[in-house]
Design a protein. Structure first.
Lengths: 740, 233
C-alpha cells in the first residue's frame, strides 16, 4: 500500500483542474485514493493540453495519410518523404498563455519546445516560422508584448542557430489579454534514421539527458495553493526559463549518439515534463516504467517527487538506450557538458512506478494514464452564417490611391521588417527566399532540392464562417507554397480557440476542422502533426478562432523558385483566377469602411487546384518572371507589394465595367494569383490557360517608378515603400498614437 | 590552404564557415574542438566563426577567450599565422587580447539581421586582396552586439596605422549614420591587429558566396585568402 501523506480534498482536486467526474474516474481506475504525486500525474496527463480530451473526437476526421507521409499525428512531429532518402520532420505548437504572462521567456521556450520535438526524431532543424497574433495596437500592453515575444523568439532561435525564415504578425482587439504565439520548426533527417517515442525491450535503461530539473514550470493550477509545499516561497513562477545554449548542446549530443546507433527510443520533456515523457515511452511500447527520482539531476535541493514529476524545466530528454552502448553514449554527453543519468528502466506489466527516497510515490496503470483519459463529445452549435454583402452596397469613401496608401500602412498589412530583422534568417547558408515573400524557401543540404514554408490563417473569415475560414486557411497556405513554385506536400495545424465548454466556441472548432479536413482532402495536403490550444479567453471573451496552418512544399530545384518582385519594365501583368469583387470581411471593409461584416469569400477548392497547378507549371517552365498570391487587400495591395519589392512600377488597365472599381481592386476573391511574363510569351500563356480552362486576363504592364492605377495620379513606388515600412517601427518606438 | 575552424560550445556558424572554405578553396577545413591544446599540424589559417559561445551569458566571447585552444591560437598568431574572427569570433579575439577594443550592444538595443554595405578600406592585406580599395561589398550581419568601441587613443592608432579594413557605408561608399546599423565608432566593421595577420569583423562574408543564393560579394575574401596561402605553400 502506498503511504498517503496528503489528504485529497475536493478543493485539491479542483486546483489540479480535474472535474469531479474525472476524479471519480481516477478512483475507479486505481481503486484507492491517489497520493499527491499521483494526483499531480493525473492532472498533467488528463489536462486539455496533453489529452486532447475535447478535440480528439473531431481531430480524427482530418486526413492524415498520403503517399509521402511517413509519420502522421501522434508522435513528436510529423514526417514526410522528400526523396533522395531524406525526410522532412515538422510541427507547429502554441505557447500562448506563457507568452502573455512573460513574453520573452514564454516565446523563447515555445521555440525551444518545438525545436526539441523536431530533433528528438533525429532531424537537424533547418528553419523556424512563427505565427503571432497580438491585441489592438492601442491596447496598453500590446507594445510590450510584441517587443518581448519578438525578442524572445530571436533570442532563442538566433542562439540555437536555426534560421527563422517566415511567419505572420497580426493585430486585433480580440487578442487583447490573450495573444497567440504559434511556433513551427522544420528539420531534415535521413529517412531510415527516424527516431520514435515507443520503448521496446524489458529491463532497458531509461536515461535522463540535458539540463537539470528545477522548480520552474510546475503545474500552474497547484501554484496558488500554500498547502502543497512545505516551503511555498521557494516555488518559481509557472513560466519556464529558456536556455538556448543548453539546447544547442543537447541537439549536437543527441544527433551524435543517434548516429552511433545507441538509441532505442527518445522523447523530449515538454509539457508535463518527466511524467508525460516517461508515460508516453512506456504506453506506446506496451511496457511498464520504473523511475527512481533519487537519480534525477536536480538544480535545487529538497525537491519533492511531486515537483520533479511536474517540473517543466527546459532542455531535457528521456531516452531508452541500448544497454551495450551506455558508456559510449555517456561519453558523448559528457563531452558536450550535459547531464546524463540512468533514472529507471522498462518493465513488464504496464505499471508506472515512481520511487523517491525509499518510498513508492506513485504506482499507476501506464496505458490508462494516456489511453483512458476522459474524452468529451462536447455540445456545439453552429453560428448562423452572415449574409453575403453586395459590392454595390459597400461605400467607397476614399479614392483608390488613398485607400491603397491607407491599407498598406495598417498594422496587419504593413511591412514586418522590424520583426524579422530581429531573427537570424540566414544562418545555415541555405535561405533562398528570405521573409517578406509568399513563402520562405530553404535549400535542402547542398541542393538541388528546396523546401517552401509558410503559415497562414485569416481569423476574421473564421469568425464569420468557421467552415469557409478553415478551408481558406488551408487553401491560402497551399496557394502561398504554389506561388513560389513548390509542390505542396503536407501541413501541421495549430488550432487556437476559446473555451470548448461553450457550445458556440465548440461550434467554431468543429466547423473549422470540417473546413480544414475538406480542403486538405481536396488538395491532397494531409495533416501530419499539430497542436490544439483551447481556453484562449479573457473575462469570458474568446479570441478570434485562429486555426494556424503551417505548410511544407517541395521544389525539385530550388533555383527555379519564383519571387513576387517585378523584375523589369515592359512585361505583361496577368491575373489568374476569377474576380467578382468580394468585399465581405475584406481588409477594405474593415480598415476603410470600419466594419467587420458579411460572409467571407467562398473557397472553390477545384478552382484552387486548377489555378494553382497552372501557375506552378508556368513557374517551373520558366515562363513567369514573378508570381504572387492574392489575399488580404486584394489586387491593389498585391500589385503594390510586387512593385515595392525591387522598385519596378506598373501601369494598370481599367477595371471591368461590371465590377465597382473599389471591389475590383480591393476584393478578396480566392484562388487568384498575379504573375508577370515577358510580352513575347503572353499569347502562349493565354493559349495554355484556355486549354487548362483557367481564367487569365492581362491587366497591365510593368515599368517606371510609379504604380499607376486607372484614373488616378501616379503613386511613386518609393513613397509607397515609405508608407509600407513606416508604421511598425514608429509604433514600436512609441512615436504614434495607434489609431486602431 | 589548410584552415582550422574552432568550435566552442554554442558556436553555430561553424558549418556555414566550413562549407564556404571548402567551396572557395577546394579544401575541407579541420574542425577543432575548444578543449584541444594544439592546432592541427600545418594549419595556415585559423577561423573563429560566429555564434553564441557559452551562450554569451557573460560578456560575448569572454569565456571562449579563455578556452584551452586559445593559447595555441595566441602562439600561432605570434608567429605571424593568419587568424580570421567573424561575429562572435571578432568578439572572442577582442576578449582574448588579440585585437583591441570591445563590441557593445547595438545602438538600437536589438539584434539585427540584414544585408549591409561595407567599404573595403585596403586591398593590400591577405584578407582583402580579393577586393579593390574603396570597393563597396554587400554582406549580411546578424548580431545584437556589434557596436565597436575603444578608447580615443586606440581609435586614433587604428586609424593612423590604417588598421580599419571595413567600414559600414551607403551602397555608394559614403560613411553615413543611416547606414551604420549598430552605431560602431567611425563605422568600424572590421579591424586588423598591429602586425596585420589577425582580422576581426562583425559581418558574415561566408554567407554571401553562392550565385544560386544571390549575392556573392563575400567570395573575394576567401578567394583572396586561398590564393595568398596557396602561393605561400
Amino acid at each position: 500500500m502506498i503511504r498517503n501523506a496528503t489528504p485529497i480534498t475536493p478543493e485539491l482536486v479542483a486546483e489540479h483542474g480535474l472535474k469531479p467526474d474525472e476524479y471519480k474516474r481516477v478512483l475507479d481506475l486505481i481503486g484507492r485514493e491517489p497520493t499527491l504525486t499521483e494526483l499531480g500525474i493525473f492532472s498533467a496527463m488528463w489536462n486539455e493540453h496533453c489529452s486532447y480530451k475535447s478535440s480528439k473526437v473531431h481531430l480524427r476526421s482530418l486526413p492524415t495519410k498520403g503517399p509521402h507521409v511517413i509519420q502522421g499525428p501522434g508522435e513528436n512531429a510529423g514526417v514526410i518523404d522528400i526523396g533522395d532518402g531524406l525526410a522532412c520532420v515538422f510541427k507547429m505548437e502554441s505557447h500562448n498563455h506563457p507568452s502573455y504572462i512573460e513574453p520573452y521567456q514564454g516565446a523563447a521556450t515555445g521555440v525551444g519546445g518545438i525545436l526539441r520535438d523536431v530533433f528528438t526524431m533525429g532531424a537537424r532543424p533547418i528553419a523556424c516560422l512563427n505565427a503571432l497574433s497580438f491585441g489592438a495596437p492601442s491596447h496598453p500592453k500590446t507594445r510590450h508584448l510584441v517587443s518581448g515575444v519578438v525578442a524572445g523568439i530571436g533570442g532563442y532561435g538566433n542562439s540555437f542557430g536555426v534560421p527563422t525564415v517566415g511567419g505572420s504578425v497580426r493585430f486585433h482587439a480580440r487578442y487583447d489579454g490573450n495573444n497567440l504565439v504559434n511556433a513551427m520548426a522544420v528539420g531534415i533527417a535521413r529517412k531510415d534514421k527516424i527516431f520514435y517515442a515507443a520503448a521496446s525491450g524489458v529491463g532497458m535503461p531509461i536515461v535522463y539527458l540535458g539540463s537539470k530539473t528545477g522548480r520552474d514550470g510546475i503545474h500552474g493550477a497547484s501554484m496558488a495553493s500554500a498547502e502543497f509545499g512545505e516551503d511555498s516561497e521557494a516555488k518559481r513562477p509557472t513560466v519556464q526559463v529558456g536556455d538556448p545554449f543548453s539546447e544547442k548542446l543537447l541537439l549536437e549530443a543527441c544527433l551524435e549518439i543517434m548516429q552511433k546507433d545507441c538509441v532505442i527510443a527518445i522523447q523530449d520533456m515538454g509539457a508535463a515534463g518527466l511524467t508525460c515523457s516517461a508515460v508516453e515511452m512506456g504506453a506506446k511500447g506496451d511496457l511498464g516504467v520504473v523511475l527512481d527520482l533519487d537519480k534525477v539531476p536536480c538544480r535545487e535541493e529538497g525537491m519533492s517527487a511531486y515537483e520533479m514529476m511536474l517540473s517543466e524545466s527546459q532542455e531535457r530528454m528521456l531516452m531508452v538506450l541500448k544497454p551495450e552502448k551506455e558508456k559510449e553514449a555517456e561519453a558523448i554527453f559528457r563531452k558536450w557538458g550535459l547531464d546524463f543519468a540512468i533514472v529507471g528502466e522498462t518493465t513488464r506489466g504496464n505499471r508506472f512506478i515512481v520511487r523517491h527516497q525509499g518510498e513508492v510515490m506513485a504506482d499507476l496503470p501506464i496505458k490508462e494514464l494516456g489511453d483512458q483519459a476522459p474524452e468529451y463529445k462536447r455540445a456545439f452549435v453552429n453560428a448562423a452564417k452572415p449574409a453575403a454583402i453586395e459590392a454595390d452596397d459597400v461605400p467607397a469613401p476614399l479614392g483608390l490611391n488613398e485607400a491603397l496608401d491607407k491599407l498598406i500602412a495598417t498594422p496587419d498589412l504593413c511591412c514586418k521588417r522590424w520583426v524579422w530583422e530581429q531573427y537570424d534568417h540566414i544562418i545555415g547558408g541555405n535561405t533562398v527566399q528570405r521573409p517578406g515573400g509568399d513563402a520562405a524557401v530553404v535549400r535542402v543540404e547542398d541542393g538541388p532540392k528546396g523546401l517552401a514554408l509558410t503559415t497562414d490563417v485569416t481569423p476574421r473569415y473564421c469568425e464569420a464562417d468557421a467552415f469557409e475560414g478553415g478551408k481558406q486557411a488551408v487553401a491560402e497556405c497551399w496557394r502561398n507554397l504554389t506561388a513560389v513554385g513548390s509542390r505542396p506536400l503536407a501541413v501541421t495545424d495549430n488550432l487556437n480557440f476559446g473555451n470548448p465548454e461553450r457550445p458556440e466556441i465548440m461550434g467554431q472548432f468543429v466547423g473549422a476542422i470540417r473546413g480544414i479536413a475538406e480542403a486538405c482532402k481536396q488538395l491532397a495536403f494531409p495533416v501530419v502533426s499539430g497542436n490544439v490550444s483551447l481556453y484562449n479567453e479573457t473575462n469570458g471573451r474568446a479570441i478570434l478562432p485562429t486555426p494556424s496552418i503551417g505548410g511544407v512544399g517541395l521544389l525539385d530545384d530550388f533555383t527555379k523558385s519564383a519571387t513576387l518582385a517585378f523584375k523589369r519594365a515592359g512585361e505583361a501583368i496577368l491575373l489568374v483566377g476569377e474576380t467578382t469583387g468580394w468585399l465581405g470581411q475584406s481588409m477594405y471593409l474593415r480598415e476603410i469602411c470600419g466594419c467587420e461584416e458579411g460572409a467571407p469569400p467562398p473557397v472553390d477548392l477545384i478552382e484552387e487546384r486548377e489555378n494553382g497547378d497552372f501557375v506552378r507549371a508556368l513557374i517551373l517552365d520558366g515562363v513567369t518572371t514573378a508570381a504572387h498570391d492574392l489575399s488580404d487587400g486584394g489586387l491593389a495591395v498585391a500589385l503594390a507589394e510586387m512593385a515595392m519589392a525591387e522598385g519596378v512600377g506598373a501601369t494598370l488597365d481599367a477595371a471591368p465595367d461590371d465590377i465597382p472599381a473599389h471591389a475590383y481592386w480591393f476584393g478578396e476573391d480566392q484562388a487568384r494569383y498575379l504573375v508577370s511574363v515577358p510580352a513575347a510569351k503572353v499569347a502562349d500563356v493565354l493559349t495554355r490557360a484556355r486549354e487548362a480552362s483557367v481564367l487569365v486576363s492581362r491587366i497591365g504592364t510593368t515599368g517606371g517608378d510609379d504604380l499607376r492605377l486607372p484614373g488616378e495620379n501616379p503613386l511613386t513606388v518609393a513613397s509607397l515603400r515609405d508608407t509600407f515600412e513606416a508604421w511598425l517601427p514608429a509604433y514600436m518606438a512609441g512615436e504614434l498614437r495607434a489609431s486602431v | 590552404m589548410k584552415a582550422a575552424v574552432l568550435v566552442f560550445p554554442g558556436i553555430n556558424r561553424e558549418r556555414d564557415m566550413a562549407r564556404t572554405l571548402k567551396l572557395t578553396s577546394g579544401h575541407e577545413p579541420a574542425m577543432v574542438w575548444h578543449a584541444e591544446r594544439e592546432l592541427p599540424a600545418g594549419t595556415d589559417l585559423v577561423v573563429i566563426p560566429g555564434g553564441f559561445s557559452y551562450g554569451d551569458y557573460l560578456r560575448c566571447g569572454a569565456i571562449a577567450a579563455r578556452s584551452p585552444i586559445m593559447d595555441a591560437v595566441r602562439s600561432f598568431a605570434g608567429k605571424g599565422g593568419l587568424v580570421l574572427g567573424v561575429c562572435n569570433g571578432f568578439q572572442i579575439l577582442c576578449e582574448a587580447g588579440l585585437l583591441p577594443g570591445v563590441l557593445m550592444r547595438n545602438s538600437q538595443l536589438r539584434f539585427i539581421c540584414r544585408d549591409v554595405f561595407l567599404r573595403v578600406e585596403r586591398s593590400d592585406t591577405p584578407f582583402t586582396r580579393g577586393y579593390n580599395a574603396g570597393q563597396v561589398i554587400r554582406v549580411p550581419v546578424a548580431h545584437g552586439e556589434g557596436n565597436y568601441i575603444a578608447d580615443g587613443e586606440t581609435i586614433a592608432r587604428l586609424e593612423g596605422e590604417g588598421r580599419v579594413v571595413f567600414r559600414y557605408s551607403s551602397p555608394d561608399g559614403m560613411i553615413d549614420p543611416n547606414w551604420n546599423h549598430n552605431g560602431a565608432i567611425n563605422a568600424i566593421a572590421g579591424i586588423l591587429n598591429e602586425r596585420g595577420n589577425v582580422l576581426g569583423m562583425m559581418p558574415h562574408p561566408e554567407n554571401h558566396v553562392e550565385p544560386a543564393l544571390g549575392v556573392t560579394d563575400g567570395r573575394g575574401m576567401f578567394a583572396g585568402l586561398s590564393e595568398a596561402l596557396g602561393r605561400a605553400a
